[in-house]
Write a protein that binds this ligand. Structure first.
Ligand SMILES: *Cc1c(COP(=O)(O)O)cnc(C)c1O
Length: 383
């Protein structure tokens, strides 16, 4: 029965076990740090909540099920998940990463792990040859986000999976932007999935939480060890809220995608807007790949005003009423972000320029409100 569940059913039931204590239908919040043992070393599988917690276990299994993976691990943030994964590397190892990526990941790579002699190469992965050129005997990990943040470039997961297998390198996909409803990288040949579950998976802008999903047993053992040894685990309340969010993931993603489609089309028609970045446009560079590897195109739309300067972008951002000017994305409410000063401020202006992130670019996380209200709001802000 469980193996055959379709995605929408998995969102409600996937990986969940009914609470053995009272058969409560919802996963209880096991707000406890420790568990009674009947005799030294004899317990029911739970000893201390950093190591394991029943609410977290259900969340880990649920996310694994959504990604069609064997093992899930939850962390206290997306960055804590990335941090744990990077701790599987050794000094001297090399990583090839997309050049257009979440600012916090870039900061973690450059400011923390580079110090421990791990080398990072940042390349444009739309052309696979750029990745091939950087592969050495020391390359251990290929790191990609797709769609990329905030340029909405699409990277071909299947081709990169082939390349990484051929060279015995692990391929990790940060699947935060797409969510498992739209894109499942393990099915396309990736080895590791990272989530900032803070975004679409939890979906209500009320928790900070992260996850890793993998199929490899040895890597799971390594990561479980790091998860417990380093201790960046989420609490039971946040695990519960995330589980609750997951139950509507499929419905939310459908509406996010629908609304973003309408917003993107509106912006493209608007004479005061210069460029609109949304992979659903047939003239988007990698539209064909997006169509192949994603179920729909997601809720994020970036754009540049025709008068491409910071002043114009700032004015639009300030005038928006329904779109809240805030960092983050993926919640039910619409948000607007100015990446150059907010999420991507930790990337040097030169590196931002390299990936096309100009100071006038705005990124919208289109929520699940009525699309017509969102469009009216944009209309008045653009003027
Ligand atoms: C937000 C985000 C992260 C970091 O996750 P946190 O939960 O904020 O630590 C990583 N990758 C992407 C693509 C993100 O959007």
């Amino acid at each position: 029965m469980k193996k055959k569940m379709r995605f929408n059913t998995k969102a409600i039931h996937g990986g969940q076990i009914l609470d053995p204590a009272y058969n409560s239908v919802m996963t209880p919040i096991y707000q406890t740090s420790t568990y009674a043992q009947s005799s030294p070393g004899k317990h029911k599988g739970y000893e201390y909540s950093r190591t394991h917690n029943p609410t977290r276990t259900n969340l880990e299994n649920s996310i694994a099920s959504l990604e069609n993976g064997k093992y899930g691990l939850a962390f206290s943030s997306g960055l804590a998940a990335i941090d744990a994964l990077l701790k599987t590397l050794k000094p001297g190892d090399e990583v090839i990463s997309t050049n257009d990526l979440y600012g916090g990941s870039y900061r973690l790579f450059k400011k923390i792990f580079q110090k421990y002699d791990i080398k990072f190469h940042f390349v444009n992965m739309e052309d696979i040859k750029n990745v091939e050129d950087k592969i050495t005997k020391k390359t251990r990990l290929i790191w990609l986000e797709t769609p990329t943040n905030p340029m909405m470039n699409i990277i071909d997961i299947k081709s990169l999976a082939k390349l990484s297998k051929k060279n015995k390198i692990l391929l990790c996909v940060d699947n935060t932007f797409a969510s498992p409803y739209l894109q499942r990288p393990l099915e396309l040949g990736a080895d590791i999935i990272i989530h900032s579950a803070t975004k679409y998976i939890a979906g209500h802008s009320d928790v900070i939480i992260g996850a890793i999903v993998i199929n490899n047993k040895r890597l799971h053992e390594k990561l479980s060890f790091i998860q417990n040894a380093s201790g960046a685990t989420p609490g039971p309340m946040d695990s519960f809220l995330t589980l609750r969010g997951i139950k509507t993931l499929h419905l939310r993603m459908q509406r996010h995608s629908e609304n973003a489609r309408k917003v993107a089309k509106f912006l493209k028609r608007n004479p005061k807007i210069g460029k609109v970045y949304w992979p659903g446009f047939t003239d988007h560079t990698n539209h064909t790949i997006a169509k192949k590897q994603m179920k729909d195109f997601g809720g994020i739309v970036s754009f540049i005003p025709k008068k491409s300067n910071f002043k114009t972008a700032k004015k639009i951002a300030e005038k928006l009423k329904l779109f809240t000017l805030a960092e983050s994305l993926g919640g039910v409410e619409s948000l607007c972000c100015h990446p150059a000063s907010m999420t991507h401020a930790s990337i040097t202006p030169e590196d931002r320029k390299k990936s096309g992130l100009v100071d006038s670019l705005l990124r919208l996380s289109v929520g699940i409100e009525d699309a017509d209200d969102l469009i009216e709001d944009l209309k008045q802000a653009i003027g």
